[in-house]
Ligand binder design. Structure first.
Ligand code: FAD
Length: 487
């Protein structure tokens, strides 16, 4: 009997649940990836993620070929298709006469709908779709309260998660052991991976940015991070410091296995590393938001706390002007603007800055968090619906276990605390580089002589602040209080 493995957000050929189950269960196994036009069509024509995926798929194809060769199988590789996955996968299953298709769970509502459709179409032709847990450590219903309900608060979830963790859950799937079931690709499917242009996309600056790609790239970053992980708890909040792992894009597209990285963090954490302990906690946040999305799909487009759907945000031309200034890094608040330059230029933004810019949009500019969520969704290389929605609702105080609405980040105080010497600001806003540290975080407070010495003409070279933080703070408190009053 034979099977097809359908790769999606799991672009690696080691420790891969679906690939392992297929190889173990069938005598002939083909592997496929579809550049799915249902996903690609709405994207901008230059998109770093598409380039990251495309180049990672090239690597995956080569890895499968090597794996085949090591087991005396010629012409093994990835069948790469371009079009609607909902049409291609059933068609390929029929062409290859497989009895089963294997894939890993994908928890987003749109993916559920896609998989349900494919499952139905495959069933019509007598083929089973088997899906397996792979992209998280614990799935939505694996960590539950004693009452059998889903957790809505992080700390008890984390405690239960850690209590439940056992070597079994992190054990790698030994793909190579069964790789002799890999089957040669049929002649018509040996074309390889199409260049970006054939997929309808322009090259981006991904390579210029030296973003490490594929599993090889993921391991490069992981090795580098393991040298620093013990200091993570002290360094993670400073955007000018190489503190975090930068692994998010690899965890997003599965070029690395979550089990492998969690195992490494768990070992170090159990050996007493505070940094590793804190980092493991971040991986728990990842599972937490995935289970929230699964149990409460209404968080897509709605506040987790229903009363906050009644918040009255700024609207009309005024709101659009403020929003554009935020998107383009023209708010006059240097750390916010530098952070927006980082996401616009690189597709990455440091976690502390995601919190600061999100808070600024919602609580200083009074803009609906969904606008910011959408902007991040378009720009982030690591964009993940569950984490992004969770992060935005946390910052907007509308989410589960969010920060209370009356805790409002002061963007200048945050800047002084987390970029004290302005190294991050100077990197992204060179026009401010010559301001002294004392003036850098709030240039409108700089003395005329300081502005002159720095050659800076406020309002021309760099904007005046678009809001007064103190006034904005009052407006936000009123905005939330109004909703509370009507309850
Ligand atoms: P590290 O600090 O090294 O963390 C390790 C890993 O843990 C990350 O790669 C990520 O997979 C996971 N992680 C860390 N923090 C969180 C968190 N709060 N929630 C869920 N997972 C987490 N993360 C995304 O992966 N995709 C997103 O679209 C996303 N959007 C966000 C939006 C906002 C407004 C906020 C406040 C946070 C968002 N995050 C998102 C979480 C976090 O900012 C990023 O995961 C992190 O900055 C990625 O960098 P890193 O890999 O160097 O992180």
């Amino acid at each position: 009997d034979s099977a097809l493995v359908w790769f999606r957000r799991d672009l690696r050929a080691h420790d891969h649940a679906a690939l392992y189950h297929a190889l173990k269960g069938a005598r002939r196994v083909w592997c496929a990836f579809v550049f799915d036009t249902d996903i690609l069509d709405p994207l901008p024509r230059a998109d770093r993620r598409v380039e990251f995926i495309r180049d990672s798929v090239v690597e995956l194809d080569e890895t499968l070929r090597h794996l085949g060769e090591q087991h005396g199988r010629a012409d093994v590789g990835l069948v790469v298709l371009h079009g609607k996955a909902t049409e291609w996968i059933p068609r390929l299953a029929v062409d290859l006469h497989v009895q089963a298709v294997y894939a890993n769970h994908d928890h987003e509502p749109a993916s559920h709908a896609r998989d349900a459709k494919v499952r139905g179409l495959l069933a019509d032709v007598g083929v089973m779709l088997h899906t397996a847990k792979d992209i998280v450590v614990f799935e939505a219903d694996e960590v539950m309260t004693v009452a059998g309900t889903a957790y809505g608060v992080f700390t008890p979830y984390k405690n239960a998660w850690l209590k439940q963790l056992a070597p079994f859950y992190l054990k790698p799937y030994p793909v190579a052991r069964y790789a002799d079931a890999l089957a040669p690709r049929p002649a018509q499917h040996r074309r390889g991976v199409p260049p970006l242009r054939d997929l309808g996309f322009e090259p981006t600056n991904l390579h210029q940015l030296k973003v490490p790609i594929g599993t090889r790239g993921g391991y490069e970053l992981l090795d580098d991070f393991l040298e620093r992980i013990d200091r993570y708890h002290e360094t993670r909040d400073f955007p000018a410091v190489k503190g975090p792992s930068y692994l998010s894009v690899h965890l997003r597209f599965g070029t690395l296995s979550i089990r492998e990285v969690a195992q490494l963090a768990w070992e170090r954490s159990s050996a007493g590393s505070r940094g590793a302990q804190t980092w493991l906690s971040e991986l728990v946040w990842r599972d937490f938001y995935h289970q929230i999305l699964h149990h409460h799909p209404r968080v897509v487009g709605h506040s987790w706390r229903p009363e906050y759907d009644a918040l009255r945000w700024e609207h009309g031309k005024h709101a659009e002007r403020l929003f554009s200034a935020w998107c383009e890094g023209r708010t006059g608040f240097p750390l916010v603007d530098a952070a927006m330059a980082q996401i616009n230029q690189t597709g990455y933004m440091h976690n502390r800055l995601r919190m600061i810019t999100a808070s600024f949009l919602v609580k200083d500019l009074g803009i609906d968090w969904r606008w910011g969520e959408r902007y991040f969704a378009e720009k982030l290389n690591d964009y993940d619906l569950a984490a992004n929605n969770g992060g935005w609702q946390w910052a907007a105080s509308t989410g589960c276990d969010a920060q209370p609405y009356f805790r409002i980040f002061n963007p200048v105080a945050q800047s002084r605390k987390f970029d004290p010497e302005g190294r991050f600001i100077r990197r992204y806003l060179p026009q401010l580089a010559k301001l002294p540290d004392t003036a850098l975080h709030a240039p409108w407070l700089a003395k005329p002589v300081e502005l002159e010495a720095a050659g800076l003409h406020l309002g021309a070279d760099y904007p005046e602040p678009i809001v007064s933080h103190n006034d904005a703070r009052q407006r936000t408190l009123q905005r939330f209080a109004a909703v509370k009053r009507t309850r």
